[in-house]
Design a protein around this ligand. Structure first.
Ligand code: C2E
Ligand code: MG
Ligand code: MG
Length: 276
């Protein structure tokens, strides 16, 4: 399996700060984010996902990277919330979509790319235009693009977001519920939404197959996904035991450090062209 790391490990920014310092820190990062957007300061890493039965790579998730000039690589878990609060996420998300589609257009079909989209992009009504533009510029087949929406967005879903999801479905892009299993989505809600993939959160995968409760929950999630006609992907697979359990219970696909960390654009393209 590929083990080529695209970047050194992420470095946390500051472990303990007072709330006041926190606010100053956020303002500083917001300023730096603005500059990075203006000066091409982001890159994408791609984590491959695999068909578990054959370990064939079938696509990749685009993960945004921000190599900060003074602080090194900053985790998206830290800067995405700041980008969301400041509204910068719309510009950043548009860039991620265009860049991810451009890269994926160079991969052999049908390898597809998954792009994380923020709740703010959905709620601000910018997503359809961003997706249409990214597809037009790259000439990528819409079926090779999947948008990942985190499950927590669905807790408080409004009619406009429902319409946006339906319109994206009409364009032909895939829709994945990310981090599924931690957000208490009602099955009634799930049934009404045009999702195509369920991504089981890695917190459910972590203690497989030892933890009997997590094992039972994962089996139920797979059964629900199958009943609703969704494909299922397990996130954060780190051990062969987790992989074997997931194959045994009918999970189709997965991603995680067992197979590969996130790779640079060059390395991921080679991953799809290498003979099996
Ligand atoms: P996510 O969408 O659930 O992405 C998966 C995260 O899990 C990635 O962290 C990935 O590196 C990590 N991961 C993958 N396999 C394993 C594993 O086997 N073990 C462990 N412990 N971790 C694994 P990353 O790149 O730090 O991204 C964190 C989150 O930041 C993402 O979670 C996503 O919610 C958000 N994010 C990343 N890129 C974007 C983006 O372009 N737009 C938006 N809106 N959010 C993004
Ligand atoms: Mg994701
Ligand atoms: Mg996830």
């Amino acid at each position: 399996m590929v083990s080529h790391l695209s970047h050194p490990p992420l470095r946390p920014v500051r472990a303990s700060v007072t709330p006041l310092a926190d606010r100053a820190e956020s303002r500083k990062l917001e300023h730096d984010l603005r500059q990075a957007l203006l000066h091409d300061g982001f890159s994408l890493a791609f984590q491959p996902r695999y068909l578990l039965s054959t370990r064939q790579p079938i696509g990749a998730e685009a993960l945004v990277r921000w190599p900060h000039r003074k602080r090194g690589l900053i985790s998206p878990a830290l800067f995405i919330p700041i980008a969301e609060q400041s509204g910068l996420i719309n510009d950043l998300g548009g860039w991620v979509l265009r860049q991810a589609c451009r890269e994926a257009a160079g991969w052999p079909s049908p390898a597809g790319v998954s792009v994380n989209v923020s709740a703010r992009q959905l709620m601000d009504g910018v997503l359809i235009d961003q997706v249409t533009e990214a597809l037009a510029l790259s000439s990528l087949d819409p079926e090779r693009l999947e948008l990942e929406v985190t499950e927590t967005v669905l807790l408080d879903i409004c009619p406009d977001v429902l319409l946006t999801l339906a319109a994206l479905n009409d364009i032909g892009v895939g829709l994945a519920i990310d981090d599924f299993g931690i957000g208490y989505t009602s099955l009634a809600t799930l049934k009404q939404l045009p999702f195509t993939t369920m991504k089981i959160d890695r917190s459910m995968i972590r203690s497989l197959p030892r933890d009997r409760e997590d094992a039972a929950i994962v089996c139920s999630l797979i059964a629900i996904a199958q009943a609703l006609g969704l494909s299922v992907l397990a996130e954060g697979i780190e051990t062969p035991e987790q992989e074997n359990f997931l194959i045994d219970v009918g999970c189709e696909s997965g991603q995680g450090f067992l197979f590969s960390h996130a790779l640079s654009a060059e390395a991921i393209a080679a991953c799809f062209t290498r003979p099996a």
